[in-house]
Ligand binder design. Structure first.
Ligand code: CMC
Length: 427
């Protein structure tokens, strides 16, 4: 028998079951609240609301812990590969060698996009943001792959998930190629998932593209760090869209749209732009003061997180990866020095300490991506590419649940009460 939470309202006392997960805070099951009391809960921004049950990812924000199916992100980033993490998220367990080989084979064989899809790109302006292109093109996939949109069929769900994971690098690379006016490159099956993406992005038909192993490894690690992050805004968007029975391509397009915002995935682009705007370390105090000023909309981008009230474990790996990439490519970027100093000053400032604001995954990622050669506008598209794994894994988890219901929040209505229509000549 679970513990019961007591609620007193309107002179009555009600009991609601408390449920325990394997990790993290217990939850009060209020599904019967309205039926019992005629009241709703009020929680804009879902600061205290668990929207679903999930076995994929666990975050302990106070301790700075992130686990995928129980495995710490630091270990996965150091020892695993993006394909292995994708398999883990989709299939609950790490693959053995045979299972991993089969999975990579399947993903590799789905990397091409329908040839007609390239015409979609021609419809965009050359200076279109890659995320605008991604929203449109990924949504359009539902018009091409009708044989994997019956969401009640687990096999079709699996094929759609594989297609999305496999085609996302091709679609993102095509967005880049379109912007720079170079021809699209077809996927090459003897390359890794990440190597293939780098080649489709930076290669040209006139010459062989050589994948630099250190860059491939760093990029793969960045993909791992972005693969899933529990019920964040874009994942919740995918779940909400999927709860109505919409197909996974449309749901993923919805996730991409949500990710684009600067408070979410768009923060990596905004963080690097901010570091460039700050320019030199002597300007940092001015920007710190601006970030603390309630009347100034400026915020330190790449800082703060709804869940982490400690160092984001992904930022730790990112910071280390910056050094590795710089060394491998023999580059130096003064913006990294600015970032390190900004971090140090902020972490020693009472404002950031009291509010528990630490660097998040986006603080350092832009510096690495920029060193590799990506323009800032591609940063969020790369985030979307990697997060697709989490989106489809979470979507599959939701659709496989027999008790799944359409997501339908309620509201605290503050508009006018009922009134009679007034004809236009009397207004
Ligand atoms: N710079 C200055 N002040 C901040 C910042 C920041 N980056 N982040 C939060 N605060 C302050 C905020 O003003 C508020 O102060 P007060 O309590 O006095 O009103 C307090 O800290 C709590 O902030 P909040 O906005 O209520 O917290 P939230 O959980 O709703 O927002 C966040 C979380 C990530 C949207 C926010 O920290 C932020 O805007 N950060 C910058 C954008 C960013 O880096 N986003 C990437 C997040 S990680 C990757 C991802 O999710 O995609």
């Amino acid at each position: 028998m679970s513990d019961q939470a007591k609620l007193q309202t309107g002179g009555e006392s009600y009991e609601f079951p408390e449920l325990s997960g394997t990790c993290g805070p217990d939850v009060v099951d209020i599904r019967k609240l309205y039926a019992k009391t005629g009241q709703f809960t009020y929680d804009p921004g879902f600061t205290s609301t668990a929207s679903c049950e999930s076995g994929l990812t666990f975050i302990d924000g106070e301790e700075g812990v992130l686990l995928h199916r129980g495995y710490p992100i630091g270990q996965l980033a150091e020892e695993s590969s993006f394909m292995e993490v994708a398999y883990l998220l989709l299939n609950k367990e790490l693959p053995n060698q045979g299972e991993l080989d089969d999975f990579i084979y399947t993903i590799t064989r789905h990397t091409m996009v329908h040839d007609q899809l390239r015409q979609f790109y021609q419809g965009f302006r050359r200076d279109a943001h890659p995320m605008a292109i991604m929203c449109g093109v990924v949504g359009a996939l539902s018009a091409f792959y009708h044989d994997s949109t019956d969401i009640s069929d687990p096999e079709q769900r699996k094929i759609a998930s594989h297609r999305l994971i496999a085609k996302m690098p091709t679609i993102a690379a095509m967005a880049y190629k379109y912007a720079v006016g170079q021809p699209f490159l077809q996927p090459k099956n003897d390359l890794s998932y990440t190597g293939n993406f780098l080649r489709m992005t930076f290669g040209v038909p006139a010459e062989e593209y050589e994948v630099i192993p250190a860059v491939e490894k760093a990029m793969d690690r960045i993909f791992i760090l972005h693969a899933d992050h529990e019920q964040n805004a874009s994942t919740s968007t995918v779940r909400l869209a999927g709860s109505s029975g919409a197909n996974p391509f449309a749901c993923t397009a919805a996730g991409i749209a949500c990710l684009w915002g600067p408070a979410h995935g768009g923060a990596n682009e905004a963080a690097l732009n901010m570091l460039h705007e700050i320019g030199t370390p002597d300007k940092i105090p001015h920007y710190i003061e601006r970030a603390k000023d309630k009347n100034d909309p400026f915020r330190l981008m790449g800082f703060g997180h709804r869940v982490y009230k400690n160092y984001d474990p992904r930022a730790t790996v990112m910071q280390k990866t910056v050094r590795e990439v710089f060394e491998a490519l023999d580059v130096k970027d003064p913006v990294f020095e600015t970032a390190l100093q900004l971090e140090e000053i902020a972490l020693n400032d009472p404002y950031f300490q009291e509010k528990k604001l630490f660097p998040n995954v986006d603080f350092y990622s832009g510096i690495i991506l920029s060193a590799i050669g990506f323009p800032t506008t591609m940063f969020t598209a790369l985030f979307a590419l990697a997060r697709t794994v989490g989106w489809v894994a979470q979507w599959n988890e939701m659709i496989s649940d027999p008790g799944q219901k359409i997501g339908r929040p309620r509201q605290l209505y503050t508009g006018p009460t009922q009134r009679d229509y007034v004809s236009i000549d009397k207004r």
